[in-house]
Design a protein around this ligand. Sequence first.
Ligand SMILES: Cc1ncc(COP(=O)(O)O)c(C=O)c1O
Length: 383
Amino acid sequence: MNQTSYIEISKSAYKHNISYLRGLIGKNVRITSVVKGNAYGHGVENIVPLAEKSKINHFAVFSASEALDVHRVASSKSDIMVMGYLSDDQMAWAIEHGIEFYVFDIDRLNKAVEIAKRIKKPARIHIEAETGFNRTGFEFDKLPAVVDIINSNHSHLILEGLCTHYAGAETITNHFRVINQIESFSNFAKYLKAHDLSPRYMHTAGSAASLTYPQTIMDMVRMGIAQYGFWPSQETFIHQYKTNMAKDSDLKRVISWKSRVMTVKDVSPGDFVGYGTSFLANKKLKVAIVPVGYSNGYSRSLSNMGRVLIQGKRVPVIGSVTMNTMSVNVTDIPNVNRNDEVVLIGRQKRESITVASFCEMSNMLNYQILARLPGNIPRVIVD
Ligand SMILES: Cc1ncc(COP(=O)(O)O)c(C=O)c1O
């Protein structure tokens, strides 16, 4: 272990999740595996081959650099789709390499045509519809211009998709907003059809919409958080429980995060632990130092709040999480030694630390916790 902690990626959990999700969405729907944010912290180099083994051959990312990361490890038969930023140079690279990308304004559409003409390769585009998220996407009144450009450039453009993104399908609070978006999207689809344009894939659903609004599944779904074994929200799980008798274990966490005890020390009653005065020992304590801090992705807001597992027991983080270390109170474990395994996320004997427990304590989304795990923590595939 060159680094101070390591991440395990469970091959069997990933395979299980895909087959469960495949069962729900149906076998004829294409799944694009959303691997932006270094595959939600799991490592693109790990997830792309695992996804391909589960017969997924489409990958969605945000940017050109993420597309390049996927391109390096994906089979040449897999497709890559950029949903976000591309500079003009990057767009040329994308077109050259057959990378698909979203277009959401006239400028970008014209640029795609111009580059495609210049390099004599068609641009593989997805028209993004603005249906109420108000981030990126063509407003409905831009459609005549969009259709005009596409219809006069058939040899330079391949219309891979028509798509949109829902503004929070994981909670009932947004129900009416999502329903309005579904309706708005169908107007975009009708308009294209009426103008003889048929995108290869209609796609609107991420994990939450796929699990909650079956009508959003269409030809392809963009599966992010659920493939990694997380219910997008408790509400999503309850919905699946009520409609399909889902069990919590139908999605299995793919990631575990582990380290080792660096040293153990005694602290006298009346002494403070770590920076400042946030933790006062009220009795004689045994403290283990774990070489993981906020520079390694362990949030400082878990100071005096977090829990880790050592020898199968749940022990609290005491004092502040520093840049490179945290201190944990192991007074109640008789024999803690240097090099003992420390589980930050995952299972040890009968106990487990979930990503959700981090979220509750640090007020962060599981997406955030995962995406901020630094790329330089070694990731190993386990069964
Ligand atoms: C456009 C788009 N589609 C799909 C996803 C995947 O979402 P989820 O992880 O909830 O499945 C995201 C993630 O943020 C996204 O931005």
